[in-house]
Design a protein around this ligand. Structure first.
Ligand code: GUN
Length: 281
């Protein structure tokens, strides 16, 4: 029986801390403000954006939502980003991905001021993370590190295997594990002996985007298993890990839903607070 690492419980604790820090900052005359941009009508994105707005309200932060039509031009979106870059009451800017195909994601992400880049997607922030000197950490990997810390799981000296090499999760996850002194392996779709590698993991992070991809035969008994998956194969949210198979052999595991997802949002709030605090410098 594995310890269930609850993102619900841990994110509630993180949010309580952030809420108190927001009040302190407000007394100094600064209310952290987040602008969230969504282009088009992707149903999953709409759900994520709604939870981000809810979290801002819960923590007494200021938020603005820009729901733009699918046919918005790259030029118009850039214009909005530039306006938000120049607004004093907006400390964080998040442009929900994916964007419609006619808009170049990189052009938009690069246009967000690195000082307001609460996703930590700007090349300047990505570079700072590599060096270990950063203002913002990418929300999902940061949320995972926070979950491990709250669960007294220290990655130092452990073998961490990350399945997935995306810029949003896999690559920064590997970097944060490295900063925490883990030995890190990144696997991906071209890895030939996947099962042999994942079976060596003390900490296994699944960020594949395929429902129930990680099965019991891929996991070392006693491993810590972190499930980043948000799949909806038949409408119902499920992770990348076959939970019922893997839970009995893992020492600790994150559920889906109620695992990494809520942590990601808390880390976004933490980054928005950090962006607002930059005003004090
Ligand atoms: N789409 C899926 N995950 C994310 C995320 O972390 N940030 C943004 N901006 N878009 C996403």
């Amino acid at each position: 029986m594995a310890q269930i690492i609850s993102g619900k419980v841990i994110s509630a604790a993180v949010k309580d801390r952030i809420k108190a820090e927001v009040q302190e900052l407000k007394q100094k005359g600064i209310t952290p403000g987040l602008a969230v941009i969504i282009v088009g009508n992707d149903p999953a994105s709409e759900v994520y954006v709604a939870s981000k707005e809810r979290a801002c309200a819960e923590l007494s932060m200021y938020s603005e939502k820009y729901a733009l039509p699918e046919q918005t031009t790259e030029e118009d979106l850039l214009k909005l980003v530039n306006e938000l870059n120049n607004r004093d009451e907006i400390h964080g800017i998040l442009c929900q991905l994916p964007l419609p195909k006619h808009i170049n994601e990189k052009t938009i992400l690069d246009a967000i001021s690195p000082l307001k880049d609460v996703d930590a997607f700007h090349p300047q922030n990505v570079g700072k993370i590599m060096i270990g000197d950063y203002d913002f950490l990418p929300c999902t990997p940061a949320g995972i590190m926070e979950m491990l810390k709250y669960s007294y799981i220290d990655p130092s000296g452990k073998h961490c295997v990350v399945i997935g090499r995306s810029n949003i999760v896999g690559k920064p996850m590997a970097m944060l594990m490295l900063h925490a002194n883990a030995t890190v392996t990144i696997c991906h779709s071209k890895t030939t002996n996947l099962k042999e590698i994942t079976k060596q993991a003390d900490i296994l992070v699944a960020a594949v985007g395929r429902a129930n991809f990680v099965t019991a035969d891929m996991v070392k008994p006693g491993a810590v298993v972190i499930d980043v998956g948000m799949n909806r194969p038949n409408g119902k949210l499920c992770g990348d890990v076959n939970f019922s198979e893997v839970e009995p052999i893992a020492s600790a595991i994150t559920p889906v839903p109620g695992g990494v997802g809520p942590m990601t949002i808390s880390m976004l709030m933490q980054n928005t607070l950090a962006a607002a605090r930059l005003k004090l410098k």
